[in-house]
Design a protein around this ligand. Structure first.
Ligand code: WTA
Length: 645
């Protein structure tokens, strides 16, 4: 790879930054050399505890055993709300911007606290107790934050399911977490269209005996079907609820939330995060990575259905007493200038989005950007997938006018918060590199045989030593947690990504090394899409791979083998696309379905995905060793049909 440009730290940014270049090295060194002292200090500085912890950390990676601040007690909603009331009760906590540009709301810390207490009482009335699971299937309504925080107030464990997932996918997640209550809306609004949220819930819970109640937020106001025994209107229950609700004192290691994410198998993993360590890590990274100062308006464009929405729209910012903006819509509605109109309207200082959005907007031309002012912007962020240098440069020069450093933050659902990232006042930037580890994080690169590589290297990214925000288990399947993350490289956390470390020690994430793909920043397992496709009675076999896509980062390429004698038709292709939408959701719809009379397999019957990936990516002259294939002629046919796509 050619040496990239270096963008030095801007003096005006460094001048006001919490962490400055001369202090960084020493602080980082201390964070990894004296982790107990370091993290104890951070936990005292960032959080209010009702009882101090006894041990800072304890871990045994081979057993997947990770504990932070054991013995300590605290409540997340108290840290995000109550403790701010005296000083900033009238400060805006959440700016909510509607899909319709004429709709917005501002919610102060005082108002949010009151609503959270009320909804916590509603949950109690509906029978929710500490430790019970509550599924949240909501579009980006302002109440989403209230519902999440209300769960934390009474110690209920929320499981937010992205509103774009289908009824079928929702059902699987409700059952896996054994949720007692579902909170949803009548409908969602996105890009001027409505989304059938309540209808999906009705369909899902027909097969979910665990669900006792469904609490429905009136959003679009359109009629929805109603079951008097099981359904409760949010606004009616809130009107009857007192606004005084004592906070449950939780152990630092009590579960906070479950969030499903994709892995190498067809079954999504319920990643479990706990209370003290997660909140500390979300708050600390939010403050230092975005250099959040009092009075800043901060906007993370992620949906609450993903971990970025949890850590960097809700928990990190609110724990720090920030003003966080929540956007209901999409970047291209009413037109491709919407992000920048919102930036101007609310005078946003810090803006955090995904490369896929940047690439989509870049393709619409500069006018949509330059017709806005954007002078309020100070810091930009990127997350979810590798950002290609072209998109980085456009974001930097056109959106940020060369004023705003870009924080390219690498992390995962499992890591709870950002692990590799620049800091605004410290790190010189290289377009496309997530740069250096955050405090306490010790990344390493391994070769395929599990040997640590030193200096400049390309290989598998692993992380030594735990950090407070790390996931603690996979809900209901601890063995899978151990097997997935701690088996392949003993003593290390295996992240599932590949990376290169350059001569300056900068990390460049090269993408997933497992069967997970990143489509428009949405993480999907190829096995999930395959499982959906093979449900069709005419499908014999399917293999799904990712391929480079200009806007989405990766597209979904499906090779499908039909039962003998079944003719491949356009109608059947459409049926398969519909089937995937029904089973998972529109985000998983294949971009390409290629019919194949056979798939390349080893003599032991294993599909050689490496070859399928190369064909999908058009890398035909570089297929590698095909001599172990049971039937090499299959590949020729696949290449021939690929050319017709
Ligand atoms: C990818 C999202 C390159 C990576 C927070 C990771 C990135 C997966 C970056 C996790 C980045 C995330 N550069 N790749 N800055 N950020 N990724 O769990 O492949 O939805 O493993 O968490 O996204 O996706 P997840």
């Amino acid at each position: 790879m050619s040496e990239s440009k270096l963008y030095r730290v801007k003096p005006e940014i460094a001048a006001s930054a919490y962490i400055k270049q001369p202090d960084y090295q020493a602080l980082y060194r201390r964070s990894v050399e004296q982790p107990e002292q370091f993290w104890a200090e951070q936990a005292e500085q960032f959080l209010d505890w009702s009882q101090p912890w006894q041990t800072v950390w304890e871990y045994d990676y081979p057993k997947g055993h990770i504990r932070w601040f054991e013995g300590g007690k605290l409540n997340v909603s108290v840290n995000c709300l109550d403790r701010h009331l005296a000083q900033r009760g009238d400060q805006v906590a959440i700016i909510w911007e509607g899909d319709n540009p004429e709709h917005d709301k501002k919610i102060t810390y005082k108002a949010l606290h009151q609503q959270v207490c009320q909804f916590a009482n509603v949950l109690k009335v509906q029978g929710v107790q500490k430790g019970d699971r509550v599924c949240i299937y909501l579009p980006m309504v302002a109440e989403a934050a209230t519902v999440m925080l209300a769960c934390t107030r009474i110690g209920a464990v929320h499981s937010v399911v992205f509103g774009g997932f289908s009824a079928e996918a929702l059902k699987d997640r409700i059952l896996d977490a054994d949720c007692k209550v579902v909170v949803c809306a009548d409908e969602g609004k996105r890009g001027g269209k409505t989304i059938p949220i309540k209808a999906n819930v009705d369909e899902a819970i027909n097969n979910c005996p665990c669900v006792e109640k469904v609490i429905v937020i009136k959003n679009s106001g359109n009629p929805v079907s109603w079951d008097e025994n099981r359904n409760v209107w949010y606004h009616e229950a809130m009107a009857a609820a007192p606004d005084n609700c004592p906070a449950e004192q939780m152990d630092a290691e009590d579960p906070l939330f479950i969030l499903y994410t994709s892995g190498s198998t067809g079954k999504p993993k319920g990643i479990l995060h706990t209370t003290g360590g997660y909140l500390l890590y979300a708050a600390m990274t939010h403050k230092y990575v975005f250099d959040y100062h009092d009075g800043d308006i901060y906007w993370c464009t992620a949906d609450i259905g993903w971990v970025t929405g949890h850590s960097y729209m809700i928990y990190g910012p609110l724990c720090n007493g920030a003003t966080t903006l929540m956007f209901e819509g999409v970047p291209t509605y009413p037109d491709a200038g919407r992000f920048w109109q919102v930036v101007d309207k609310h005078q946003v200082n810090i803006f955090y989005t995904a490369p896929t959005a940047i690439r989509a907007l870049m393709a619409q031309g500069n006018d949509f950007v330059t017709r806005s002012n954007r002078s309020s912007l100070r810091i930009l962020g990127s997350v979810g997938e590798p950002i290609n240098p072209e998109a980085w440069e456009w974001y930097y020069h056109v959106v940020g006018e060369g004023r705003c450093p870009i924080m390219d933050t690498w992390w995962q659902t499992e890591t709870g918060g950002i692990l590799i990232t620049p800091l605004p006042g410290v790190t010189a930037l290289k377009p496309g590199s997530a740069t250096l580890p955050f405090f306490g994080i010790q990344p390493d690169i391994m070769d395929g045989n599990g040997n640590l590589m030193s200096g400049e290297a390309t290989g598998i990214l692993v992380i030594g030593k735990p950090w407070p925000g790390q996931a603690r288990t996979i809900y209901g399947d601890h063995q899978r947690f151990v097997d997935t993350y701690f088996k392949a490289y003993p003593g290390y956390y295996f992240a599932g990504d590949g990376a290169r470390r350059d001569q300056d020690g900068y990390y460049w994430i090269t993408g997933r090394v497992d069967d997970v793909i990143n489509v428009s920043g949405h993480r999907l397992g190829t096995a999930e899409v395959e499982s959906a496709l093979v449900l069709h009675e005419l499908v014999a076999e399917a293999a799904v791979v990712g391929y480079p896509h200009d806007i989405k980062g990766q597209g979904i390429y499906a090779y499908v083998t039909l039962n003998a004698g079944v003719p491949p038709t356009e109608a059947l292709r459409q049926e398969l696309l519909q089937l995937v939408r029904k089973e998972i959701g529109a985000i998983a719809t294949p971009d390409v379905i290629q019919w194949a009379t056979g798939l390349p397999k080893t003599r032991s019957g294993k599909i050689m995905r490496r070859i399928l990936r190369k064909v999908a990516a058009d890398e035909l002259d570089n297929l590698g060793d095909t001599s172990t294939l049971a039937d090499p002629s299959v590949v020729e046919e696949i290449i021939k049909n690929h050319a017709k796509q």
